[in-house]
Design a protein around this ligand. Structure first.
Ligand SMILES: Nc1nc2c(c(=O)[nH]1)N[C@H]1C(S)=C(S)[C@@H](COP(=O)(O)OP(=O)(O)OC[C@H]3O[C@@H](n4cnc5c(N)ncnc54)[C@H](O)[C@@H]3O)O[C@H]1N2
Ligand code: MOO
Length: 678
């Protein structure tokens, strides 16, 4: 490309198209629904064996009674209850046995006349005259040679005829029978003509059981709406393919397809298309022709190459009805309808994509699939930390809920719209109205629950992240201890421990005055469980002579004086930042303001050349193939808040920490796990 062509392209890309009109959530929904038929796309009949997770298309009315006859619920004797009145162990009532045995499936030939009883098995048809069944355990056969308990299954005397007054078999009844005792009357479960299941019901194993009980071999279910799912963007790579920096695995395609299936739709994955208008046009045409609905993601905002919206704008029946919603995440959402079919472009950012999917698209899929609208559940909680928000958009913050003595605390999972994990780790979200800029710590909020709601964990861990701890917690989970982890850094963990929000706060905080780790930070009543040590040092690319073979402090001093040698720093409040500031003693190397939030982020920046050096732990340097100059071991310990030490899950964790096998594993991973001199 010539330089002038390039300049022209740059100018065009820099002058971005604006959103059509940013509207509120309710207005966006109303505009979308106005052009849609929110009803099942059709129905089909399937065998019961294929009915699981389908949605019933019509009410099901029973054509038979269940049970279809008066049925005995026990092995015993069918009697007239009046004949047993006053029976006791000492003065039993004696009845004469009728000459038939009622096994299940066999219609009675004889009535139970006064003074008689008929031997009947569980599931047998109660004969005329009888109004109760007495369990065999509460009787004695006077002529024991013919009948004992084992006979009742029908094996021994099945078909045998006990006739003649001389041969009469008599049975003693030791307690009175209540009328109706152990009889399930015909139609007591399901009556013929009764509506047993209603349209819109999701068929689980339980509903399938009901259908089988009334003799249905097939059932009419809603046809699953076919939903084409397409990811767009030059940078998007299919999972399984190799990846290089700058590219991104297609998570939207997988999550949207799975969510469509969860909602009763049939996802039709169309893979990935690059930012190419013709390719996108073809894909949209193909998706719309074979499906009831199409969902794209990416390329809907203002960036160079955001083509989806342009491709869709050619539809005018009515085509795009919303482009831009006053929500965060989700602003660039594009909702369109063509040929009566919904056509949606979700924002590319994963959290934005899945959030807008659940807000705007899921209700439509449910309706097309025949499912009733989902009822949103809310729960009150308190914000433990201040939450800021962008004015002008209703902001939804994903939160993770933690139980405290004072109720639930809602921890914001502040990872931004680009994160993939925020939605999957969240228990729910809170909305910050569009005119508010912040919600202060301690404010009561209403949490809209997602998924299965709040699941209390046995062990709540809030604080600094470490791969060593990940391993320990994984072992605990496998031993049946449920764990909830929130990585909020050492300072955040300490504050959570002070408020009693966690069982363990992993921390690595050095007191700048004394150089001592963790202990100086403990508040009254807190206990410190000694963990292990991690070697902190300088990360650099192998072969960089500014660092290779040098001592860490000297190399840092020289780097700080060289404007061409870029540092990547850590966030204030992290243990590593405290260490860096202590060693730099007021020096401000180039790059000092760039603050990564984890050891891994420091390593990635150095490995990819966006920075030349930074401080992190040795294990991470090894993972990224980087050089490492050791500075000092830091203590990674666990703060236990007052009153939590005796919890069984904490005990289990303490036992793990003491396990020789585990300490050996930690040593092998580069952590120093020997009892630490303090
Ligand atoms: N100047 C402005 N820039 C942006 C604005 C704005 O108002 N003014 N809005 C921002 C908001 S809000 C969002 S959300 C994003 C969404 O942009 P797009 O929908 O155009 O999405 P892309 O630019 O294509 O991608 C954004 C981001 O997401 C990644 N991505 C895309 N597809 C996938 C996928 N299938 N799986 C995983 N990740 C995906 C992509 O690589 C980008 O990192 O725009 C802001 N910009
Ligand atoms: O609305 Mo975007 O989804 O803020 O990130």
């Amino acid at each position: 490309m010539s330089e002038s062509d390039l300049r022209q392209k740059l100018r065009a890309a820099a002058r971005q198209e604006q959103f059509l009109e940013v509207v509120g959530r309710d207005e966006a929904t109303a505009r979308f629904h106005r052009h849609l038929t929110l009803a099942p796309v059709g129905s089909e009949t399937v065998p019961l064996s294929a009915a699981l997770n389908r949605v019933l298309a019509r009410d099901v009315v029973a054509g038979v009674d269940v049970p279809g006859f008066d049925r005995s619920g026990v092995d015993g004797f069918a009697v007239r209850s009046a004949d047993t009145v006053g029976a006791t162990e000492e003065r039993p009532r004696v009845l004469t046995l009728n000459a038939e045995v009622l096994t299940p499936g066999q219609a009675p030939a004889m009535a139970v006349e006064p003074g008689t009883a008929t031997l009947i098995a569980t599931g047998g048809m109660v004969p005329r005259g009888a109004d109760a069944v007495v369990m065999v355990e509460h009787t004695d056969v006077i002529d024991g040679a013919v009948i004992d308990g084992a006979v009742i299954d029908g094996a021994v005397i099945d078909g045998a005829v006990i006739d003649g007054a001389d041969d009469a078999v008599r049975v003693e009844f030791h307690r009175p029978a209540a009328p109706g005792q152990f009889i399930a009357y015909a139609a007591s479960d399901i009556a013929r003509g009764e509506t047993v299941l209603r349209a819109g019901r999701l068929l689980t194993s339980r509903e399938i059981g009901v259908l089988a009980a009334i003799g249905r071999a097939e059932v009419e279910v809603c046809r699953r709406p076919r939903v084409a799912v397409l990811s767009t963007g030059d940078e998007i790579v299919a999972p399984g393919d190799p990846i290089v920096p700058g590219k991104v695995y297609d998570s939207n395609g997988a999550i949207v397809a799975a969510a469509v299936a969860e909602l009763g739709g049939e996802p039709v994955p169309m893979g990935i298309r690059p930012d190419d208008e013709a390719a996108l046009r073809d894909a949209v045409e193909q998706g719309l022709s074979g499906c009831d609905m199409m969902i794209l993601s990416g390329g809907t905002s203002k960036g160079a190459g955001d083509l989806c919206y342009r491709v869709i704008s050619r539809f005018t029946d009515p085509g795009i009805v919303v482009h831009g919603v006053a929500l965060k995440p989700g602003k660039p959402l594009c909702l369109a309808v063509t040929g009566g079919k919904p056509l949606v472009v979700l924002p590319g950012f994963p959290t934005s994509a899945i959030f807008t999917f659940h807000e705007f698209v899921a209700p439509v899929i449910r309706a097309l699939a025949g499912l009733p609208p989902e009822r949103g559940e809310t729960i009150p909680a308190t914000l433990p930390i201040r939450l800021t928000s962008e004015r002008g958009r209703t902001e939804f913050s994903m939160v993770s809920l933690v139980r405290t003595d004072a109720g639930l605390a809602a921890y914001p999972l502040a990872k931004g719209s680009g994160a993939v994990t925020a939605f999957s780790h969240a228990d729910g979200f809170v909305a910050i109205p569009q005119h508010e800029e912040a919600v202060e710590a301690g404010t009561g909020v209403t949490v809209q629950l997602i998924g299965r709601g709040v699941e209390p964990a046995d062990l709540v861990v809030i604080g600094s992240h470490c791969v060593g701890l990940d391993h320990l917690l994984g072992l605990l989970q496998r031993r049946g201890v449920t764990v909830k982890v929130l990585n909020v850094g050492s300072m955040g963990g300490l504050t959570a421990a002070r408020r009693g929000e966690c069982d363990l706060a992993p921390v690595h905080l050095m007191d700048p005055a004394t150089g001592r780790y963790n202990e100086p930070f403990l508040a009254e009543g807190m206990t410190l469980l000694p963990g292990y040590r991690r070697l902190q040092g300088v990360l650099f690319r192998p072969g960089d002579v500014r660092f290779e073979g040098r001592d860490a402090a000297g190399a840092m001093a020289d780097a700080a004086a060289d404007p061409g040698c870029l540092m990547i720093n850590r966030n204030p409040g992290s243990g590593t930042r405290i260490l860096a500031d202590r060693i730099l003693a007021g020096a401000r190397p180039a790059g000092y303001q760039a603050q990564a939030k984890s050891h891994n982020a420091v390593a990635a920046a150095v490995a990819q050349g966006r920075a030349d050096w930074g401080l992190a732990i040795e294990t991470v340097a090894a993972d990224y193939g980087l050089g490492f100059l050791p500075l000092q071991p830091e203590h990674y310990d666990f703060v236990v808040p007052a009153g939590r030490l005796d919890r069984p899950a904490v005990h289990a964790f303490v036992a793990l920490l003491a396990d020789t096998e585990i300490r050996r594993w930690l040593e092998a991973k580069g952590f120093s796990a020997a009892p630490s001199p303090r």
